[in-house]
Design a protein around this ligand. Structure first.
Ligand SMILES: Cc1cc2nc3c(=O)[nH]c(=O)nc-3n(C[C@H](O)[C@H](O)[C@H](O)COP(=O)(O)OP(=O)(O)OC[C@H]3O[C@@H](n4cnc5c(N)ncnc54)[C@H](O)[C@@H]3O)c2cc1C
Ligand SMILES: NC(=O)c1ccc[n+]([C@@H]2O[C@H](COP(=O)([O-])OP(=O)(O)OC[C@H]3O[C@@H](n4cnc5c(N)ncnc54)[C@H](OP(=O)(O)O)[C@@H]3O)[C@@H](O)[C@H]2O)c1
Length: 501
């Protein structure tokens, strides 16, 4: 391997971040303190959150529905050819993560998750084959999982069930007539498209990934059949970072500027593929710089329209003109194919194991405090599994920040949010985003997320002492000491509080 100064610098930065910010793993067999947290899901969010908890001295049990091969969550179930579309600098899901490539593949991602899991001794704290079906509090306020106290009792719940569950395979009219093979986009390992006419249904990130797979295995023709237009942004950390800087988290009067720049310098002759009615800050964009080359080189076609029905040798497709909405009129054509890849996404994992009250309108997910804490229960944090659309990334620093918010709430009664104020924050955010084309919590940018965090720490003076801990995971002993001193004063004044520690 040649010498890459940029990669060397990247490794150096990651090494420094690890040394500065990774909490020290507990010694083997350590008896950890309270609060105890039940982490649900062993994907990167669950493993990272659990590492933060044990690294700060709090006990966890991870409950994972699948077996040991599920460690890594969705990344354990996708193709070997899958990889990050966004730059890995925005996918540092824990300070210990060390990427050796800008755009790591599935194996490298699973390997980083596994290393983290081992480093923090989570093997002895993970229960595989244990789907969580219910959660309730006993009369002491402790959480019981699956009505089974022998699984442990917990002071907090950290749900990390993700957003990509089982493959979504909608049944299409006359699908059984089709003579070729129909596969989900996540099941391409061991398959080849060589010499085949491949049809890809769907127009999201999986469709883009499938297109690249198919083109690189020398398909005879590749056609994407997309029923809606989505924004595509370049695979460039600087551009993507700048787009995530929109602190308003919505379309603004200035949004035409990045939209026009993207059309002029990125889409260029393929501007027809850019959405007309949906702005850039309404739906998660796809991150890819390659597909336009494939289309320009006539290696692939991207058609907008609706599936009418399957035939023996392909699909009758109603091809719509730009601007005509989903289901609208168009010209029906038969698109020939002998292999169909359903890039139709994944089913959303259920949060129905949480108590009913957290789903009551108008404060149902994602309309929760900071999007993840249901106002009725500040001891529940649904990390990374309530969001709908965003510009930013799922696997980054916020995982730790959300986890430490939960730890702060559980440890310090004065820093805890009350249901009334959590609801007012939700109302305020809804008001501030009243003119957004999407519902307030259905789209956010990474800067908006960070602004929420800063606001929620700044608004309550009792949280100020926690700021370095919440944002960086450092100085946890200082706030703990202050809290115990505050406790002595409060006890001296005869003020009672619910004891969690
Ligand atoms: C091919 C692909 C590429 C992607 N690329 C990117 C990217 O470039 N950038 C980006 O930001 N995001 C990307 N994503 C999104 C990806 O989902 C997240 O980045 C991230 O992996 C989510 O991790 P997670 O731990 O939150 O959820 P998951 O990885 O989905 O893990 C959730 C775990 O919870 C378990 N579980 C669910 N319900 C229960 C239950 N009731 N009880 C017990 N266990 C349960 C599941 O079995 C699973 O193991 C990609 C997704 C896919 C499919
Ligand atoms: N490397 C990467 O970065 C990468 C790769 C893959 C996935 N992901 C992530 O994983 C998540 C899922 O992505 P995804 O692309 O698998 O799913 P997705 O974003 O949900 O896209 C699914 C696509 O299928 C279409 N579709 C669904 N049902 C259909 C039907 N019955 N008929 C016709 N079309 C149908 C959808 O159209 P509508 O939009 O009109 O519903 C959409 O275009 C996203 O968060 C994505 O960012 C990332």
């Amino acid at each position: 391997m040649g010498f890459h100064p940029v990669l060397l610098l990247y490794s150096l930065i990651q090494w420094v971040l690890d040394k500065l910010l990774s909490p020290t793993p507990p010694p083997p067999k350590a008896i950890l303190g309270r609060p105890r947290i039940a982490v649900i899901g062993a994907g990167l969010t669950g493993v990272s959150s659990a590492s933060h908890c044990v690294g700060h001295g709090f006990d966890v049990t991870i409950f994972e529905a699948g077996d040991e091969r599920s460690l890594g969550g969705i990344w354990s179930r996708v193709n070997n050819t899958s990889g990050l579309q966004i730059h890995s600098i925005m996918y540092r899901f824990h300070p210990s993560v060390k990427w050796v490539a800008g755009y790591p593949d599935r194996q490298q991602i699973v390997s980083q998750i596994t290393q983290l899991w081992k480093k923090y001794g989570l093997q002895e704290r993970t229960k595989f084959n244990t789907p969580v079906k219910s959660t309730r509090q006993d009369r002491y306020g402790r959480w019981i999982i699956n009505e089974n106290p022998s699984l442990g009792t917990f002071d907090g719940i950290l749900a990390a069930v993700g957003t990509c569950g089982d493959p979504n395979m909608p049944h299409m009219p006359n699908q059984e007539d089709f003579k070729g093979e129909i596969l989900h986009s996540s099941k391409l390992d061991g398959k080849t498209a060589a010499g085949k006419k491949v049809l890809i249904i769907g127009g999201g990130a999986s469709a883009v990934e499938a297109l690249e797979f198919v083109v690189h295995t020398d398909a005879s023709t590749t056609t994407v059949l997309a029923r809606s237009d989505k924004w595509i942004i370049p695979r460039n950390a600087l551009v993507d970072g700048l787009l995530a800087l929109n602190i308003f988290g919505q379309e603004t009067v200035f949004s035409w500027i990045p939209e026009a720049l993207l059309k002029r310098f990125f889409y260029r002759d393929l501007e027809d593929l850019a959405p007309t009615s949906e702005g850039l800050f309404t739906e998660t964009p796809m991150v890819n710089s390659d597909i336009f080359h494939q289309i320009r080189d006539h290696k692939a076609k991207w058609l907008r329209g609706d599936i009418v029905r399957f035939t023996e040798g392909g699909i009758i497709f109603r091809h719509r003109a730009k601007g005509v909405p989903k289901g609208g009129p168009g010209r029906e054509v038969e698109v020939q194919g002998d292999m169909v890849i359903m890039a139709t996404g994944y089913q959303r994992p259920s949060l129905s194991f949480l108590p009913n009250e957290v789903f009551q309108e108008p404060y149902q997910p994602p309309r929760w405090y900071l999007q993840v804490f249901p106002p009725e229960h500040m001891s529940i944090c649904c990390n990374n599994c309530t969001y709908v659309n965003a510009i930013g990334t799922v696997g980054n620093y916020h995982i730790g920040i959300y986890t430490r918010f939960l730890l702060m709430f559980l440890m310090d009664p004065l820093a805890r949010p009350q249901e009334f104020w959590m609801k007012r924050w939700i109302d305020m955010t809804t008001f501030l985003k009243a003119h957004a084309p999407t519902a307030a919590f259905d789209f956010f940018t990474y800067s908006e997320l960070l602004y929420w965090f800063v606001f929620c720490i700044a608004i309550n003076p009792f949280r100020w002492k926690w700021a370095p801990f919440v944002f960086l995971g450092i100085g946890s002993s200082l706030p703990k000491n202050i809290v115990s001193r505050e406790d002595q004063i409060r006890n001296g004044l005869g003020m009672k509080r619910r004891q969690l520690e």
